[in-house]
Design a protein around this ligand. Structure first.
Ligand code: ZN
Length: 311
């Protein structure tokens, strides 16, 4: 904290600012307080060990005087927010860490976001992908923004503490949101356990554990009805204990909801579907628009693979 508060040039978090921030933010600072030096040491160790081999950027210098901390995941509250101001908290061989972000990191089957980070001097860094950060004590919200290749000169300018404007590729993200919400509708139409799921700009692929035949036209008709029914989609939170008491909510065999953080995020499609999910979704099924089943095949004796595309 001393490092964060001691910079004092107006671009950084001023001393005493924590008292004026929302409760969630304050919590993260407190958690950082609990073990700052350990995280910092780990980050510096990782950065110094590999950074010079990876590129010409001196991460050790870039991170000097700063401590890594958790990312505030703004997309959990508002999936439609396309940009935010943020502070770089660390730079390492994996990419750029921010104190808050609108970029969704790859997870739960949904692809990571792409977009741009714009520095105060107007330099634009293209972000090709977003991944979950992997450092000791990282939460599922901790994201690392992966720069597109060939930007070494721009990356060399970055330092922890710099302010950036982070903006996602909204066209790409909105397709993720439409296809992701559509995959929840599939769960309602075909109530089988999900044994794998991948959501990209171009398709949503679901593997369903069933030996039952699936009729393409029947599924497409039911999907059209659910989309045309304009059902509201919203997020709810329950405690870990409530989640543990309702195992029937979990539809995905391979991905368990993140427990141990105190609360679990549920996605409710009014009168259609309710399950734990950390992804990004549209506000109403009507926004999904036209869909078609591009592929329906037997993946194995016990698994049917279904690929959805936007029409
Ligand atoms: Zn979801």
């Amino acid at each position: 904290m001393a490092a964060l508060h001691g910079l004092g040039d107006g671009r950084h978090r001023p001393a005493g600012a924590a008292a004026r921030t929302p409760a969630g933010f304050l919590l993260r600072y407190r958690r950082l307080d609990a073990q700052p030096s350990r995280l910092n040491r780990l980050l510096l160790y990782r950065a110094s060990r590999r950074s010079f081999a990876a590129s010409s950027v001196d991460y050790r210098q870039a991170n000097r005087g700063y401590e890594v901390m958790s990312t505030r995941a703004l997309f959990h509250e508002d999936a439609y927010q396309t940009r935010c101001d943020a502070t770089i908290t660390a730079i390492d061989e994996a990419g750029i860490h921010l104190d808050q972000t609108v970029f969704y990191p790859l997870g739960g089957g949904q692809a990571g976001d792409a977009g741009t980070l714009t520095l105060a001097d107007g330099t634009v860094i293209a972000i090709a992908d977003t991944r979950k950060a992997k450092f000791e004590g990282a939460t599922p919200d901790d994201a690392v923004h992966v720069p597109a290749p060939g930007q070494e000169d721009a990356l060399a300018k970055l330092k922890a503490g710099h302010r950036v404007s982070a903006e996602i590729d909204w066209e790409r993200r909105y397709r993720h949101m439409r296809l992701h919400t559509a995959s929840h509708l599939i769960c309602a139409v075909l109530p089988y356990p999900v044994d794998g799921c991948s959501i990209t700009m171009d398709y949503a692929r679901l593997d369903l554990a069933t030996v039952e035949p699936i009729e393409r036209e029947d599924v497409e008709t039911k999907l059209r009805e659910l989309i045309g029914g304009s059902h509201d989609v919203r997020t709810e939170w329950i405690t870990d204990d409530e989640m543990a008491a309702r195992p029937e909510l979990v539809r995905t065999m391979s991905v368990k909801p993140p427990m141990g953080l105190g609360r679990v995020r549920l996605l409710r499609i009014e009168n259609v579907d309710l399950q734990p999910c950390g992804g990004t979704h549209v506000r109403n099924t009507g926004e999904i628009g036209g869909l078609r089943i591009a592929k329906l095949e037997k993946k194995s004796a016990r698994t049917r693979r279904l690929v959805l595309e936007l029409a």
